[in-house]
Design a protein around this ligand. Structure first.
Ligand code: M6R
Length: 597
C-alpha cells in the first residue's frame, strides 16, 4: 500500500496480552529495518493493523506515524482522512489529564476509544465503544480499531474515504484498496458510506454507524497479483508506460458495435444525452489535462459549450448547472476527495454526472449517474501514465456518444473517428521505441534547473501534462504554455540554453496552427532556447529549428495527444534519474490517491 502514502509507516499487532507497536518516519524500508531490530517474534499476534501515511496534520515523524496507541496502551487505531473536530476533542482529552504524544488529528480516536471502553455505558464492550467514538467524529475518515482484550477482532469504519474487505479462508483483510490483499484473496466486499465492519478470522459483519445491520456488496477482483508487480521493469512507472497500448485498447473494447458507440453502466438515457446543452468537466492533475482534451473533442464534435474546472475550485464558485448539464468527472482512483465533492455538488444542482474511472466500485462512480470505466489495470506509479492515456480515450468515447445522440456527426463520420482511435494502440507500440532516443536527450541536457513546454490546440494539454510529469518526478520547475501566449509574458523566461519542449501539431490539421507554432519555435530559438521538438513523421518543416527532434507516428490532429505524451513521460523519468531521484514511483510529498480536500 506504500503508493498511497510513504512519508512514514507503522504496524500494531494485538495478542491476548497487549499490543506491540512499531512505527518509523520515512519509507517502508525504515519500518522493515526497525522490525528486524526488535525481532519478528515480538510482533506476533492474531490481528494487526498497519498504515502508510501521507501527512496532513503534523510532520512525518516517528511520533506522528500511525498506528496511535491509547493512553492505557490497550487500544490502537489507524486513520486516513481528516478529523475536522479534532481540536475540541483534543482539548477535552487534555482536560481529562490525557497527554497526547503526536501532532496529528488522528490520535484523539485512540484515546476516545480507550475512554469509552474503560468507563461509562459502553465499558468493556469493544463494538459499542467503537460506535460511540464514531458518533463523535466529524470529517472524512477510514478508521481501524484494535483492542488488546479482543485480539480476534478488528473494527473498521468509513466515511467518504475508501475501505474494502478481503474475504480469505480462515483469515480476513481490510485495505484502502484491493492491492492490499490481492496476494491472499480475490474475494472482496465493497462497503457503503458510513458503514462499520467487524472482522474476525472467519467472517465479517457490516453495520451502520448506529449499530443496525447493513449489507456490503461482494465482488471478485478481476486482476491478479502480476498486475500489481513490476514484471521485470525497474519501476512501476516504466511498466505502466509500456502497458499503454493495452490500456487504450482495453478501454476502447466493446464500445463500438454495428456502427454505434456504446456506453456502459449508464443511467443516462439516449434522450437525456440528446437534451444535454452544456458539459462541465471536473478533475485534478493529469485527469484534468485529459479533461482539457475532452473539451476540444466535444466542442468540435458536438457543438455544445464545454467548461472545464479543477475539481477543488468547482463547488466554491457556484457554477450554473441544471438538468441539461452533463458533468464529466474524471478520476483514475475514483476516490479523489476534490472530484468526489464536485460530483456531489453537481448532483445537488440537478446535473447528470458521468464518471470516467479506472477503479471498479470506487466512490465517484458509485455516486454518479453513469460510469465509463477505463481499463488501464492498476496504476501503482504515483505519476499517472497509462491511466491518463486511457482517460483521453474514454473521454473521446463520451464525446462520440454525445455526437451520436445529438446527431451532430453522421454515422460515417463517427466511424472514421473511431477507426483513427482504434489505430492508436499500434502506434503507441511503435512509439515506445523512442525510449532510447529520449534517454540520450536527457543525457545531453545534463543538469536542468527549469524547463518550458509549449503546445497549441490539443498540443497545449500535452504541454501541461509533460510539465506536470517533470515537476512531480524531477522536482524541477517546469511550466506548460499555449505557444501563442509566450509573447505575452513568459518569453521573458527564455535565456541561453533553456530547454523548451515544443509539441508541433500535425501539418495536415489546421494549417495556420502549424505555421504559427513554427514561428513560435523560431522566436524562442532567437532568444537562446534549446528546443526539443515533437513532430509527426514526415513533417520536415521543423527540422532546421530543432536541437533535438522526436518523431511520432502520423495520426489525425485530435488523436495526436495520445502519442505526443509518451516521449514526455520517458523524458520526465530520465531527467528525474539524472537529477538523482531514482525512486520515480514514489515522488516526494505525493500519494497516489488524495482522499482529503
Ligand atoms: O485518481 P485521480 O485521477 O482522481 O487523481 C488525480 C490526480 O491526483 C492525479 O492525476 C495526479 O495529478 C497524478 N500524480 C499525476 O501524475
Amino acid at each position: 500500500m506504500e503508493y498511497r502514502g510513504y512519508d512514514s509507516s507503522g504496524i500494531a499487532v494485538a495478542d491476548g496480552a497487549g499490543i506491540s507497536l512499531v512505527k518509523r518516519a520515512g519509507k517502508l524500508a525504515n519500518l522493515e529495518e526497525r522490525i528486524a531490530e526488535v525481532g519478528e517474534d515480538s510482533m506476533r499476534g492474531t490481528t494487526a493493523i498497519g498504515h502508510t501515511r501521507w501527512a496532513t496534520h503534523g510532520r512525518p515523524t516517528d511520533e506522528n506515524a500511525h498506528p496511535h496507541l491509547s493512553y492505557d496502551g490497550r487500544a490502537a487505531i489507524v486513520h486516513n482522512g481528516i478529523i475536522e473536530n479534532f481540536a475540541s476533542l483534543r482539548t477535552e482529552l487534555e482536560a481529562a489529564g490525557i497527554e497526547l504524544s503526536s501532532e496529528t488529528d488522528s490520535e484523539v480516536a485512540a484515546h476516545l476509544l480507550a475512554r469509552a471502553y474503560n468507563e461509562g455505558e459502553t465499558a468493556g464492550d469493544f463494538r459499542a465503544s467503537a460506535l460511540a467514538v464514531l458518533g463523535r467524529l466529524e470529517g472524512a475518515f477510514t478508521l481501524l480499531f484494535t483492542h488488546a482484550d479482543h485480539p480476534g477482532q478488528i473494527i473498521a469504519a468509513r466515511r467518504s474515504t475508501p475501505l474494502i474487505v478481503g474475504v480469505g479462508d480462515g483469515e480476513m483483510f481490510l485495505g484502502s484498496d484491493v492491492a492490499a490483499f490481492i496476494e491472499f484473496t480475490k474475494e472482496a466486499v465493497e462497503l457503503n458510506q458510513d458503514n462499520v465492519v467487524v472482522i474476525t478470522a472467519d467472517g465479517y459483519e457490516v453495520l451502520n454507524f448506529d449499530g443496525s445491520a447493513a449489507q456490503g456488496r461482494p465482488f471478485t477482483i478481476d486482476w491478479d497479483l502480476a498486475a500489481a508487480e513490476k514484471a521485470g521493469y525497474d519501476s512501476f512507472m516504466m511498466k505502466e508506460i509500456h502497458e499503454q497500448p493495452a490500456a487504450v485498447r482495453d478501454t476502447l473494447a466493446g464500445h463500438f458495435h454495428d456502427g454505434r458507440v456504446i456506453l456502459d453502466e449508464s443511467n443516462i438515457s439516449e434522450n437525456d444525452l440528446k437534451s444535454i446543452n452544456q458539459v462541465f468537466v471536473v478533475a485534478c492533475g493529469s485527469a484534468y489535462h485529459s479533461g482539457l482534451l475532452a473539451k476540444y473533442a466535444i466542442e468540435h464534435w458536438v457543438r455544445i459549450p464545454v467548461q472545464i474546472e479543477v475539481a477543488s475550485e468547482f463547488r466554491y464558485r457556484d457554477p450554473v448547472l441544471d438538468e441539461r448539464t452533463l458533468v464529466l468527472a474524471i478520476s483514475q482512483s475514483g476516490e479523489t476527495a476534490d472530484t468526489l465533492e464536485a460530483v456531489r455538488h453537481a448532483r445537488t444542482q440537478g446535473a447528470k454526472v458521468m464518471a470516467v474511472c479506472n477503479t471498479n466500485g470506487s466512490q465517484i462512480p458509485r455516486e454518479s449517474d453513469a460510469v465509463l470505466y477505463t481499463h488501464a489495470g492498476p496504476e501503482i506509479g504515483v505519476a499517472s501514465t497509462k491511466a491518463f492515456l486511457a482517460q483521453v480515450a474514454a473521454n473521446y468515447i463520451v464525446g462520440l456518444a454525445l455526437a451520436q445522440a445529438k446527431g451532430t456527426k453522421y454515422p460515417d463520420e463517427i466511424r472514421e473517428i473511431w477507426d483513427a482511435l482504434e489505430g492508436i494502440p499500434a502506434k503507441i507500440e511503435q512509439l515506445l521505441a523512442v525510449k532510447g532516443q529520449v534517454k540520450e536527450i536527457a543525457d545531453d541536457l545534463g543538469a536542468v534547473r527549469t524547463m518550458l513546454f509549449l503546445g497549441r490546440g490539443v498540443g497545449f494539454p500535452v504541454a501541461l501534462e509533460g510539465a506536470l510529469k517533470l515537476k512531480e518526478l524531477a522536482y524541477i520547475h517546469a511550466e506548460g504554455f499555449p505557444a501563442g501566449e509566450l509573447k505575452h509574458g513568459p518569453i521573458a523566461l527564455i535565456e541561453d540554453d533553456l530547454p523548451v519542449v515544443v509539441v508541433v501539431p500535425s501539418p495536415r490539421g489546421v494549417k495556420l496552427l502549424h505555421s504559427k507554432i513554427v514561428s513560435n519555435i523560431q522566436e524562442i530559438r532567437a532568444r537562446g532556447a534549446k528546443t526539443i521538438v515533437i513532430a509527426e513523421e514526415g513533417d520536415d518543416s521543423v527540422e532546421p529549428y530543432a536541437n533535438w527532434l522526436i518523431r511520432i507516428p502520423a495520426t489525425s490532429s485530435i488523436m495526436q495527444p495520445l502519442l505526443a505524451t509518451v516521449p514526455l513521460q520517458f523524458l520526465a523519468a530520465d531527467i528525474a534519474r539524472a537529477c538523482g531521484n531514482d525512486d520515480i514511483d514514489k515522488p516526494r510529498n505525493l500519494a497516489k490517491s488524495v482522499t482529503v480536500e
